[in-house]
Ligand binder design. Structure first.
Ligand code: MSP
Length: 518
């Protein structure tokens, strides 16, 4: 059987910023998907990286008296180190200063020049200096002529520039959106893009002359390629699609470009139009999440509610890396509303989901097997108790969870896995093995109940592995389960644990005192 491919990307991060919850969030979502798809037996490519050109990097470097290259090297290393720190399993890390990327961008832009999709002309528009982004009259008016991000006034700017003929793709883009309602998700975001698209598209400038830290336009050194165009190409240059031959080309088209809401337009409109111009297949889906706010307010350094790496480390120290990942994935802004990061809520979710549900269930089941069967997994005898048909319950939850992962419904995927754990708890309460243990004639029944509990827990733990990998590895070690690095799909069928396996009691998520991490 040929393996299916899955390709997922994060945006590439600006090197003039330090990593914070926003970057870690997008990367963690992609990591959960990548891990789940590998577990499902797919051939996965998970890409992340850094966006290193542009006037902002040039200016920051100048202020510090170093070269832009030195600044980029320094901060790209910080972004690379967080991949390890958060156990993010990216397959590649692209840097836009990588000569392989630079040469492919020039090749691809040359193709666009040759096809007439890029041309030299004059441009006037509303410019957001912080975001290095032009706005049309309509969108500038909607923003009250201020930057959405910094609040600073937009400036009227005129330039001689190379343009991308975006207007020529109006109809094809509208058709793309109506033929593929899932092209942009969630659907609320899709409607926003479609609304703006229907206002009409203008050609967009794709070069700059006021600074030099960028990739030169082919055959015109006066212009550098606009940082956003340079950056978007990373998704295909990382696969060598701008080269003659590409072994990684099998991963294109991408399954998910995961991005934040503020950069959706570039990904949902400009990028597909460029791909159309290059005759390349289009992404399957652009998934735009919303923002984390913090303690009810927009994150800001001056308000003191900014969740930077230092702050994140405090949570990891107190609650564990897996608790951090779990909170981000299950409580994060995957939909169209922003999500609040609040210390108290973090603590409550940790207790309710991890301590009292996963942790408690695992310790209850393993402790009973240790106490009543000396740690040896008893046998099932195919009994069905309290109308709890575990084979069906687990089979259904596995199907739901795997399908949800594949369609990037990460919260639903986790919820299906958690539903198994909750049912194990309920099952223990209704069948009361601790009572049966007191009756010697009920040993077979007791064994069957506990077998079913540990087996259901094993299946749930494989489904939860992409989100809480460290703790699930710990559980697997104590219950003698080996998690294959690729394709654990086969291990999701009922009956994986062999009676006779020696297990140990496990304590996964300790109770911790609530203390603000101040
Ligand atoms: N370099 C561009 C992307 C180019 S992709 C071809 C960029 N970089 S960024 O460093 O600003 O990182 C953007 C990512 O961080 C986005 O996914 C964005 O949504 C995320 N976040 C930044 N702040 C955020 C929050 N407060 N909450 C959630 N994510 C947010 O844009």
């Amino acid at each position: 059987m040929t393996q299916e491919t899955r390709y997922i990307t994060t945006p590439i991060y600006y090197v003039n910023d330090r990593p914070h919850i926003g970057h870690v969030y997008t990367s963690t979502l992609c990591d959960v998907y990548a891990r789940a798809m590998r577990n499902a037996g797919h051939d996965v490519f998970f890409l992340t990286g850094t966006d290193e050109h542009g006037v902002k990097v040039e200016e920051s470097a100048e202020k510090r008296g170093i070269t832009p290259r030195a600044l980029a090297d320094e901060n790209a290393a910080v972004f690379q180190s967080i991949m390890k720190m958060f156990s993010l399993t990216n397959d590649a890390f692209i840097r836009t200063t990588d000569p392989r990327h630079e040469s492919q961008v020039q090749t691809l832009v040359s193709k666009l020049l040759a096809s007439g999709d890029v041309y030299l002309g004059d441009f006037e528009g509303w410019y957001d200096q912080g975001q290095e982004e032009y706005h049309t009259e309509n969108s500038a008016r909607e923003l009250d002529y201020k930057s959405l991000i910094s609040g600073k006034p937009l400036v009227r700017a005129t330039e001689k520039n190379y343009y991308f003929r975006l207007s020529a793709y109006q109809e094809r883009l509208e058709k793309l959106f109506s033929d593929h309602p899932d092209f942009v998700r969630p659907s609320g975001r899709c409607n926003e893009v479609l609304g703006r698209l229907r206002e009409g598209l203008q050609d967009v400038p794709i070069s700059r002359t006021n600074f030099s830290w960028g990739i030169p336009m082919p055959d015109d050194d006066e212009h550098v390629i606009y940082v956003w165009i340079d950056a978007l190409f990373n998704y295909i240059s990382a696969l060598d699609l701008g080269e003659e031959q590409s072994e990684l080309g099998k991963y294109w088209p991408v399954n998910y470009h995961v991005v934040g809401k503020e950069i959706l337009w570039f990904h949902a409109v400009i990028w597909p139009a460029i791909l159309m111009a290059l005759d390349l297949p289009l992404p399957q889906c652009i998934y735009a999440h919303s923002f984390w706010i913090s303690e009810g307010r927009k994150m800001s350094k001056t308000l003191g509610n900014f969740i930077d790496l230092e702050e994140i480390e405090k949570y990891i120290d107190v609650y564990s890396m897996d608790a951090w990942r779990y909170y981000l994935v299950t409580q994060g802004p995957l939909g169209t509303t922003d999500a609040d990061f609040a210390a108290e809520k973090f603590h409550d979710v940790y207790n309710a989901h991890l301590v009292n549900t996963v942790g408690n269930c695992a310790s209850r089941v393993t402790a009973m097997i240790e106490k009543y069967f000396d740690g040896v997994v008893p046998s099932d005898n195919g009994e069905i108790f309290a109308e709890t048909d575990w084979k069906t319950i687990c089979g259904d939850a596995v199907t739901c969870s795997l399908n949800a992962m594949d369609t990037f419904l990460l919260q639903e995927a986790v919820e299906s896995a958690m539903s198994i754990v909750r049912q194990v708890d309920l099952f223990i309460n209704t069948t009361a093995p601790f009572k049966l243990a007191k009756d010697e004639t009920k040993q077979v029944e007791l064994g069957a109940i506990l077998y079913q509990c540990i087996e259901a827990l094993r299946i749930a733990s494989i489904l939860l592995h992409p989100v809480i990998p460290v703790k699930m590895d710990e559980l697997h070690q104590t219950i003698g389960v080996e998690m294959p690095s690729q394709n654990s799909a086969a291990t999701l069928t009922w009956g994986g644990i062999q009676p006779g396996t020696l297990i140990q009691k496990v304590a996964l998520f300790p109770r911790v005192e609530f203390a603000t991490t101040e």
